[in-house]
Design a protein around this ligand. Structure first.
Ligand code: NAD
Ligand code: ISE
Length: 338
């Protein structure tokens, strides 16, 4: 009998999501094992590595060049992603890079150019909502024609709270970047302009919060996103796609409900882990399968580049109080159908 192939996965960054991915690969997914990890927080890296029988390495490049590592997960802070992904491309190793692909449009473009030069797809970006059942159903409703032509998207993205280190531009680059990706993916077209408004500030916020972010797409679809990162009560992500013949809606999934004499009480997810748990699993499993087959269905480096370019425009729109156009290079033919 043929022995099943087990891919060796290297993980760079063992913070919140890096550890979450390591645990999942080790215990819930098939076809892969974590073989090497690196984090500048060496004690944390050691604990995480030990928990799954992996080795620790002294720097990110040691993980990438490790002969026991077939593919890499990048889960370090965003400003390090582009260089780490470029090193993976240079080494010819597939990489699943957490969002964002890069924190500047020019760095994201370097990744696109390097992948095109390599001539094969090596990069997937961690926009996990593409694997969420609810978002998939909204996309199916549009693609099937049942709701007609897309006209408007209304979206809500609320986090209970953010750390003190959070800066107001991060509402766009860290949080709304997911709506940038889901809007492009649902509609199958690029965002061409961004406007951001903020009004009365929440008493819990240290910076402008909530913010209302508006996108306009190539065909004129309008998207509004309420970003509210200090909403206090839970993690709340919603999306309504309004078409010419009907609408499709993704509501915050009700996890449970209890009825007592006082009434009916339902719950909301506490955070992104709880809300998107199965999407993260489906995303990683699809990527692991893709490493084996060479066929990926997640967000590509082009998607990562476009998302960063729109986020950059959004940050300028926030700072300058005006609508900012998104300037994308021509899409390389390499990404047609990817
Ligand atoms: P975190 O701060 O918890 O973890 C980052 C880790 O990277 C830390 O352990 C830090 O010590 C380590 N690090 C710092 N410099 C490093 C270096 N040079 N090389 C390797 N590791 C280094 O942050 P996090 O919440 O885990 O976020 C990490 C990335 O994942 C961010 O880009 C974030 O946007 C993304 N993220 C994505 C989702 C999602 O829903 N897809 C959710 C959370 C975080
Ligand atoms: C976090 O980094 C994520 O990516 C979550 O999915 C998002 O909802 C949250 O706002 C971000 O801070």
């Amino acid at each position: 009998m043929e022995k099943p192939v087990t891919l060796g996965i290297g993980v760079i960054g063992t913070g919140n999501i890096g550890t979450y991915h390591v645990d999942r690969i080790a215990s819930r997914l098939s076809g892969a094992a974590v073989t090497a990890v690196f984090d500048v927080a060496t004690e944390r890296a050691r604990e995480v590595a030990e928990s799954v029988g992996a080795a620790t390495r002294d720097q990110d490049l040691d993980v990438i060049h490790d002969p026991g590592v077939d593919a890499v997960v990048v889960a370090s802070p965003g400003h390090l992603h582009a260089d780490q992904v470029l090193a993976c491309i240079e080494a010819g190793k597939p990489v699943m890079c957490e969002k964002p692909l890069a924190t500047t449009t020019s760095d994201a473009l370097k990744v696109v150019e390097a992948e095109v030069a390599a001539g094969r797809q090596l990069v997937q970006v961690g926009f996990m909502r593409r694997y969420d059942q609810g978002y998939r159903q909204v996309k199916e409703a549009l693609d099937s024609g049942s709701i007609g032509e897309a006209l408007v998207i209304h979206a809500v993205h609320r986090n209970p709270s953010v750390p003190e280190s959070f800066r107001e531009f991060m509402a766009i680059t860290d949080s709304v970047v997911h709506e940038i990706d889901t809007s492009r993916w649902l509609l199958g077209e690029e965002i061409v302009a961004v406007t951001v408004r903020s009004g009365k500030r929440s008493p819990h916020a240290l910076a402008k919060d909530p913010q209302l972010v508006h996108f306009e797409t190539e065909s004129g679809v309008l998207v509004d996103v309420e970003s509210f990162v200090n909403c206090q009560y839970g993690y709340d992500v919603r999306c309504e796609l309004v078409g010419s013949e009907g609408y499709a809606v993704l509501e915050n999934p009700m996890l449970s409900a209890s009825v007592t004499s006082g009434g009916r009480r339902t719950t909301v997810p506490a955070d992104w882990r709880e809300r998107f748990d199965s999407a993260y699993g489906a995303e990683l499993q699809a990527w692991i399968d893709g490493v084996t087959t060479g066929r990926y269905d997640g967000a590509s480096a082009w998607d990562g580049y476009a998302a960063t370019a729109v986020a950059d425009a959004g940050v300028r729109a926030l700072e300058e109080g005006r609508t900012v156009a998104v300037d994308l290079v021509d899409k390389p033919s390499f990404y047609a159908g990817r």
